[in-house]
Write a protein that binds this ligand. Structure first.
Ligand code: HEM
Ligand code: HEM
Length: 186
């Protein structure tokens, strides 16, 4: 495992302030949008638009930001994601200082499905789709899908935290993680 650097090894900055503020604001606005799905309507729309705006801002930051925030740093090919998942199943996955390949894929799917949920929600308020049962169903299915993805996201975070003996949720609060060891992917 790590070993080489031992306890108290150096920490490096991984998540910039934008990514951290984005993450916890998104988690909060998603939670509020979810619980207010059947009302109060104003609160639901506000939280839903906030989630949509955060997703757009994060998508821009994936191109404009630096280091571990960039999509090019953590979005990998499907083959690499599958190889990584196989190594997880074998218990031999490497530690990634940024998002691991499965986490990167989850982020893309989460952002896309959140965008679709917010977009269908907004469409329900327009004259063209107001009262459309089909669109209401689609919005509901998307929202439930995002909830399942979030549950999978939390399982992934818990698993990686245990396997690499680090508190990833805390890292998303303070921004720092253990510096890469010899076998880690920086
Ligand atoms: C208490 C609940 C949550 C915890 C503890 C948590 C924890 C984390 C952690 C630790 C990461 C970084 C993963 C890594 O090290 O690679 C992360 C990333 C992420 N999480 Fe969560 N998460 C939570 C809720 C949510 C929710 C509700 C959503 C979406 C609705 C979400 C969406 C994301 C996204 C999009 C990223 C990528 C961050 C970025 O690079 O911008 N998370 N989360
Ligand atoms: C990520 C953001 C959002 C999430 C997670 C979300 C989630 C939900 C959920 C769980 C429901 C209840 C569905 C059901 O009855 O099964 C709902 C209903 C609804 N949402 Fe959203 N929503 C989001 C964004 C929006 C936005 C931005 C708007 C409009 C501005 C909106 C408008 C509505 C409306 C009008 C309904 C009621 C549909 C009906 O009458 O069945 N939502 N939403």
């Amino acid at each position: 495992m790590r070993g080489a650097l031992g306890a108290g090894s150096a920490m490096i900055r991984v998540w910039d302030p934008f990514v951290r503020a984005f993450h916890w604001s998104l988690a909060l606005s998603f939670a509020v949008a979810w619980v207010s799905g059947e009302g109060p309507e104003r609160l639901h729309e506000l939280a839903g638009y906030a989630a949509g705006a955060l997703v757009i801002a994060r998508a821009a930051w994936g191109f404009l930001g630096a280091g571990y925030a960039r999509f090019s740093q953590f979005v990998r090919s499907p083959a690499e994601v599958i190889d990584y998942l196989k190594s997880v199943a074998a218990g031999s996955e490497r530690r990634f200082v940024g998002h691991n390949p499965a986490g990167g894929a989850m982020i893309v799917v989460l952002l896309a499905s959140l965008a679709a949920t917010a977009a269908t929600g907004w469409m329900l308020t327009t004259d063209a789709f107001w009262g459309s049962v089909t669109l209401q169903r689609l919005h509901s299915v998307l929202a439930h899908g995002v909830l399942l993805l979030v549950l999978a996201h939390l399982c992934g975070v818990a698993l990686a935290s245990l396997r690499h003996r680090e508190n990833l949720a805390r890292a998303m609060v303070v921004g720092d993680k253990r510096a890469p060891g010899p076998t880690d992917v920086a």
